[in-house]
Design a protein around this ligand. Structure first.
Ligand code: SIN
Length: 318
């Protein structure tokens, strides 16, 4: 026992239901977070406050759901009795929500996201273990004064700014850190070793999300024959003109020469252009003389979140 762990449910496969024990076909976001907690007897060792804040397949995650989550987090993290927060989420956009929260959380308490690769009805269901690990992790982090935003999946704890989905259907290696090691491993009854390497959240606060409309940032992929025709069409009308573009570049930040011309045109029209990469590890590191800013080692989808925050005036991470 200890202080309260707040568990916020947002949906995902962890709350999914299939039509048979091993069904590959299932619907995500069906069971309540109360049902998920009730299915894990060992969670009765903890003081939990359980709240359903959304019920979405995370492929449909958007600014509005993030705002609902932000309100619940702002309120929950401000409570003296709450030691930290677990968020159950879909795997598909977990890396985006995790990164966003890493930038915004402004209270020195642990926030841990978790998810599952199999629905709750599957004989291979991984949600119960992940949920138990997440609660144990928050409890231990709070007990030892460690804070920041992390994700735990399959017994590995990932930094929110490194975590990414790395396999579309495996259970054990569905997530990785894009070349960074896990921050910690989970043992039978809690994290093994020190949690001291947790990244501190950046602390930008909730108003950036709650008090602003979403800037429009699109992702454009560079590839063989990428001529930028779709982007060129989007630039012709204020209704489709983005505020920013993240390019999923080839290699270490290179762009097809035809797409590059369209991006120069976009920039002349006031669109902010950033470079990320299609490549799984390494990111795009900043170098003198870059034509467009490099997003660093976050994923393309996380770079899109970072550019939205930049457009809203949030100072860049150090
Ligand atoms: C989702 O992201 O909500 C569905 C897929 C999953 O959780 O694995």
């Amino acid at each position: 026992m200890g202080q309260t762990v707040l568990v916020l449910g947002t949906g995902g496969t962890i709350a999914g239901v299939g039509d048979g024990p091993d069904a590959l076909r299932y619907a995500a976001a069906q069971l309540s977070v109360e049902q998920l907690v009730a299915a894990v007897p060992a969670l009765s060792d903890f003081i939990l406050d359980v709240q359903q804040v959304a019920q979405v397949d995370s492929k449909d995650m958007d600014w509005a759901v993030w705002q609902v989550l932000a309100r619940a987090l702002r309120e929950g993290l401000a409570r003296d009795d709450v030691a930290g927060v677990v968020i159950t989420h879909g795997t598909d956009t977990l890396e985006e929500t995790a990164y966003l929260l890493h930038r915004l959380v402004d209270v020195a308490k642990p926030v841990v996201l978790t998810a599952a690769m199999r629905p709750a009805t599957s004989a291979q269901a991984d949600g119960p273990r992940n949920l138990l690990d997440a609660v144990r992790l928050v409890n231990e982090a709070a007990r030892t004064g460690v804070h920041g935003v992390c994700a735990v999946m399959a017994g590995r704890v990932w930094s929110a700014r490194a975590v990414r989905k790395a396999h579309s259907w495996h259970i054990d290696d569905a997530f990785d850190g894009g070349g960074q090691d896990p921050l910690a491993l989970m043992g039978h009854d809690g994290p093994l070793g020190s949690l001291a390497a947790w990244p501190q959240a950046c602390g930008a606060g909730w108003s950036v999300l709650l008090d602003h409309a979403q800037p429009r940032v699109d992702i454009v992929v560079s590839h063989a024959g990428a001529d930028g025709r779709l982007l060129d069409a989007a630039l012709r009308s204020p209704d489709t003109m983005p505020n920013g573009i993240v390019v999923a570049c080839t290699g270490h930040g290179t762009v097809h020469h035809q797409l590059e011309q369209v991006l120069f045109h976009a920039e002349r029209l006031g669109v902010q252009v950033w470079r990320s990469t299609r490549v799984a590890r390494g990111g795009v590191q900043r170098r003198d003389g870059d034509i467009w800013p490099a997003a660093g080692d976050v994923t393309v989808a996380q770079a899109r979140v970072a550019l939205m925050l930049e457009l809203l005036g949030v100072p860049a991470e150090d």
